[in-house]
Design a protein around this ligand. Sequence first.
Ligand code: PMP
Length: 394
Amino acid sequence: MSFRFTKRIQNTPKSFIREILKVTQDPSITSFAGGLPNPNLFPIEALQDAARETLATAGARALQYSTTEGYVELRAWIASRYSRHGVTVDPDQVLITTGSQQCLDLLGKLFIEKDDEVILERPSYLGTIQAFTMFEPRFVTVDLEEDGPNLDQVESLLATGRPKLFYAVPNFQNPSGLTYSRAKREELGKLLHKYPETVFIEDDPYGELRFTGEHHKPLFAYTGGRSIMLGSFSKITVPGFRLGWMVAPPEIIRLAVKAKQAADLHSSTFNQFVIAEYLKKHSIDDHIAKITACYGSQASAMVRTLEREAPEGVIFTRPEGGMFSWVTLPEGKGSCMDLFNLAIEQKVAFVPGMPFYTDGTGQNTLRLNFSNASEQVIDDGITRLCRCMKDFLK
Ligand code: PMP
C-alpha cells in the first residue's frame, strides 16, 4: 500500500542533525555535534519544589485546559523582562507557545504561501529551514558577516518588495555563534522602516546567555515594535517543558492565537504554572549567571585550543555568548562530510555546515557545540579534530 502523502511533507528534509546524532551516540566519541543545553545546570530541585507548590496551591487549575494565549502571570513576567533593556512590551502582545519552535510553524501558517519569498541568513537555523519548508517558500539569503548581515544584500532584497518575511537570529546565532553589532542593528532598523512590507522575525533563544561584551537592544526596539520577537525558556531553564513565546503587534498575535488553537489548543498548563512559580521564588538572573559562567569557560577553552591547534587558513568565530562556534576551512579542499568521517575514526564529532544553507553551499564549514563538555575534554577533542583538519587539508 502506498500512502498518498503531500508533496509538502515529502519535500521537507529530515533533520540531518538527528541523523548525525545517531552516529555520535557511541560513548567513546567526543561529540561537539549536539545542540543541547548542559543538563548539569538544570535547576531540578527548584523545579521539584515549584511543581509540588503548584499542585498544592493551584491544584486542579494547573491541570485543567487553559487559554490559548497562555498563563497571564507568565505573559506578564515575559513582558516585564524586556523592560530591563528599555523595550516596552504589553503582556497582551505575548503568546506562550510550545517551545519557540512552534512560533516558526505558526508564522509559516500566517505568512507563507507557496513560492513566497523569505529572507534567511546564510547560514541559518536548521529548525527554521525545516519548519518553513513545509509551506513551500522560495528562500533568498543574505551573507552573515562578523557583525551581522550584509546590508547591501538586505537592501537589494527588501527593495524588490517581494520578501514577506526576514528571519534572523541576531544574538549568538545557531549555527555560527555570530552577533549583530549595535551599528548594524541601527542600519538594519532604518532599512526595516524604509521597507515595512517585509516582516522581520527576531529569534532570540540565546540572548540572555552573554558571557562577555555588552548587551545590545533587540531589533524590535529599532522597528518601534513593528516586528516579531521569539523567546524561549529552553536555554535559561529547561527545554523539556517546551515553553517559548512570541511577541508581536496585536494583529499578528490575534491570528497566531487562531493558528495555535487549531494546532494544540494551548501549551501545557501545568508546565506554565510550574515555571511561573519557579520564577516567583528564584532569581533567574542568578541562574543565568551560573549558566554563562560555565558556557563562558567552555567557549574560552574551545577558542583557545582552536587558536593553538587549527591549521593555517582555518577561521573560526569567537562567540560572546550562546552555545556554538563556527569553523570555515579554505574553499576547494573537499566536503566537511569527508572530514566528518575522518573525525569519527578519531572519535570526535561535529555537524557539517551544509544543512544550514539552502543553496547547497557551505561544504567547507562546520558547527561546534561547546556547552556539553568539560574544558579538558574540549581541549583534547579539538586538538584531535585539528589534526584531522591538517590531514584533510594536505
Ligand atoms: N531557534 C533557534 C535559533 C534555536 O537554536 C532553537 C533550539 N535549538 C529554537 C529556536 C527552538 O527552541 P525551543 O523550541 O526549545 O524554544
